[in-house]
Design a protein around this ligand. Structure first.
Ligand SMILES: Nc1nc2c(ncn2[C@@H]2O[C@H](COP(=O)(O)OP(=O)(O)O)[C@@H](O)[C@H]2O)c(=O)[nH]1
Ligand SMILES: *[C@@H]1O[C@H](CO)[C@@H](O)[C@H](O)[C@H]1NC(C)=O
Ligand SMILES: *[C@@H]1O[C@H](CO)[C@@H](O)[C@H](O)[C@H]1NC(C)=O
Ligand SMILES: [Mg+2]
Length: 393
């Protein structure tokens, strides 16, 4: 009897030691991998290597398969459920570092610490060692850094630069924000037609777009990617208002031309009523603010959107005017998908200066939102939310 207890105790001690050893090794190896990717970046890897950062599957392969599960929650679970096929995404410059730290740490705190969704950072220049280290430090998810290829970023040669300059100068005279900026136009075109083609994004279907210097006010109590999938949504937003007309003078006439040429891409039960107050004759300038997007890249990769982007690209309006990715995305999802696939995330508090959406009522209290409930764009004069909601009444 006494001997039996002793040997059982010894057995337990050995088991505990083995478990601790395994956990220690796992943590050490995991940290190692994350540090190594940061250090090799500092050594100035060629851009090609940037596209092949370790993915989740490869990361898991580094750790020996456990005999006894390590303590703590399983890594692939998100709020008690398996992670969706999704990633967090940020396009940023190295100079955006402070704003990126602020946005990423809020996203981690409000949502991703429960889920460890991967983060993908994109830039047309290599990210600095500093940027990589700081982003890696903020999350336990896999972090990857991608270099945008030149042909997805810079003004194409076939654009008539004299015409483009004339367009910029005219806009500067009108006092429009980013009027004279070519990089801003590169960014808008990239976000319209190319981000979802990046190799790092290929393994994923859904993304949550995050910008430097934004704010997330509320705790997420559920996984919005699961929500998208389960409710058959392709596009989620929080803020909607009117575009500045002088940035898109010929966008709507191009859209109408596209509709005439490709009527079969227009969905039944589309959201034209959100875009136009006269059945499509004129654009009312309503759009979803694309700095917040939870969306399905398979829609952007699909035939209708590809044809639409190619058509818009051929007009040169990203450079001759200043077509934004917000109206381009919004018009596409409103016309090429049934309106029930669009979703207003009323319960997600978000700010991108100078506008914010603050949840109301139970959502505000339950999700511990840190915003002033009186400060929300939803039903102000500048907002297009009433037009969106009217479609469902
Ligand atoms: N890599 C890179 N990112 C950019 C550039 N311009 C803008 N961005 C990013 O694109 C997004 C939108 O730019 P932002 O300056 O915030 O434009 P705004 O929100 O329309 O005022 C942000 O995520 C920026 O970090 C650029 O020239 N290079
Ligand atoms: C990463 O996970 C560890 C262990 O669970 C935790 O202590 C730490 O706070 C996490 N770090 C981040 C940035 O979430
Ligand atoms: C995730 O989505 C992408 C894009 O739709 C798809 O190619 C990939 O097979 C999906 N992965 C899984 C594990 O379902
Ligand atoms: Mg911004």
């Amino acid at each position: 009897m006494v001997l039996g207890v002793l040997s059982r105790r010894r057995y337990v001690v050995v088991l505990v030691v083995l478990m601790s050893l395994f956990y220690f090794l796992k943590v050490a190896l995991h940290d190692d991998r994350r540090t190594v990717s940061g250090v090799s970046a500092a050594a100035g890897e060629p851009p090609k290597d940037e596209q092949t950062q370790p993915k989740d599957e490869q990361a898991v392969a580094v750790v020996p398969s456990p005999v006894v599960p390590p303590p703590g929650p399983p890594e692939h679970l998100c709020l008690g459920r398996p992670r969706a096929n999704a990633t967090l995404l940020m396009l940023a410059r190295n100079s955006d570092l402070a704003g990126a730290i602020s946005s990423v740490s809020q996203m981690e705190d409000k949502f991703n610490k429960h889920c460890n969704y991967p983060w993908i950072f994109l830039n047309e220049e290599p990210f600095t060692e500093d940027f990589r280290r700081e982003m890696t430090r903020l999350t336990n998810g896999t972090v990857s850094f991608g270099l945008v290829p030149k042909e997805h970023w810079f003004q194409p040669d076939w654009i008539d630069e004299d015409l483009a300059r004339a367009g910029r100068d005219k806009m500067v005279e009108q006092g429009i924000i980013y009027a004279g900026s070519v990089p801003y136009r590169n960014m808008c075109r990239f976000n319209s037609g190319f981000f979802f083609q990046q190799p790092l994004l290929q393994p994923y279907r859904y993304y949550w777009r995050v910008e430097p210097d934004v704010e997330y006010f509320c705790d997420m109590q559920y996984d919005p990617f699961h929500f998208m999938q389960e409710h058959d949504k392709i596009y989620g937003f929080t803020i909607s208002f009117y575009e500045w007309e002088p940035t898109i003078p010929t966008l709507w006439s191009s859209v109408k031309e596209f509709i005439t040429k490709y009527p079969h891409y227009i969905a039944e039960e589309n959201a034209m009523a959100y875009l136009s107050d006269d059945g499509g004759e004129t654009y009312n300038l309503c759009h979803f603010w694309s700095n917040f997007e939870i969306a399905d890249m398979d829609f952007w990769r699909g035939e209708a959107y590809q044809a639409f982007f190619d058509f818009l690209e051929s007009k040169g309006g990203f450079y001759y005017e200043r077509w934004g990715d917000a109206p381009v995305h919004s018009i596409a999802v409103a016309l090429f998908a049934p309106r029930h696939k669009l979703h207003f995330f009323t319960d997600v508090g978000y700010r991108h200066s100078p506008f914010q959406h603050c949840p109301q009522g139970d959502d505000w209290a339950r999700n511990k939102c840190s915003c002033d409930r009186m400060d929300t764009l939803d039903y102000r004069q500048q907002s297009c939310i009433p037009r969106f909601q009217r479609m469902f009444q």
